[in-house]
Design a protein around this ligand. Structure first.
Ligand SMILES: [Zn+2]
Length: 229
């Protein structure tokens, strides 16, 4: 399993319960983050270099909580994650060397969430780059011929979607999702009880939509799933 997201805390918000569950089930799970998180603060006095280092430490701690086998940051500046040839080459290189069965990223077609949130530019950029890297680039030997043998990704899970069709049961890993997100203290602040409440409430809301949910306390993460052929 290969997850690819824009910012250091994105996977914890989007799919940490799923990644932890797959890891528990014996899957090898890797994570690639594209941007270094250097603009993830409202404090005009903060040093972006210090913030980048702090966020790398937070990501390291969260990766351990989720049980990831490997994680890396490509080091792009926040706000500059574009679906470029360069980024697609970086992603194709990882896909062809790791050869994942499943790739997880964010749905780039989601722009507006209600009337209060415009999906971050970097989320849209990485989502389209991941889709283009999976199909056709990584699976077609004439694309990036110097980046290793072609590999076809069978399945793509897209989080942050307006068109969910698959709900992963995260009942067994919900508290690890909470703990992983709490590692990102620079982003979530010091009210760790609130972090737990929000994560549990959102997971319960997703769980209530799941067709498999037989109880009122089902917890899930929702995805739009593509089966690439
Ligand atoms: Zn983000």
């Amino acid at each position: 399993m290969l997850a690819v997201y824009a910012h250091p805390d994105d996977p914890e918000v989007s799919c940490a319960g799923t990644l932890a569950r797959w890891s528990d089930l014996g899957a090898e799970v890797r994570l690639v983050i594209c941007a270094r998180g250097d603009k993830g603060s409202n404090d005009p006095e903060i040093d972006p270099v210090v913030l980048t280092a702090l966020r790398a430490e937070e990501a390291e701690a969260a990766a351990k909580v989720m049980g990831l086998d490997e994680h890396e940051n490509l080091g792009h500046p926040d706000g500059e994650v574009e679906n470029t040839l360069e980024l697609r080459a970086e992603l194709v290189s990882r896909i062809r060397s790791f050869r994942p069965d499943v790739v997880v990223s964010c749905d780039p077609t989601a722009v507006f969430f209600g009337s209060r949130y415009v999906n971050h530019h970097d989320h849209r950029g990485v989502g389209f780059a991941v889709l283009d890297a999976c199909s056709p680039a990584a699976s077609s030997p004439l694309y990036f011929p110097d980046l290793g043998p072609a590999h076809r990704v069978a399945t793509v899970y897209l989080s942050g979607t307006l068109h969910p069709d698959t709900w992963v049961d995260i009942g067994s890993t919900l508290e690890r999702k909470v703990d992983a997100l709490r590692c990102h203290r620079s982003q979530v602040g010091d009210d760790l009880d609130l972090v737990g409440e929000v994560v549990r409430r959102r997971a319960a809301s997703a769980g209530a939509e799941a067709s498999w949910a037989a109880t009122a306390d089902a917890y899930a993460e929702a995805f739009r799933v593509l089966k690439l052929t």
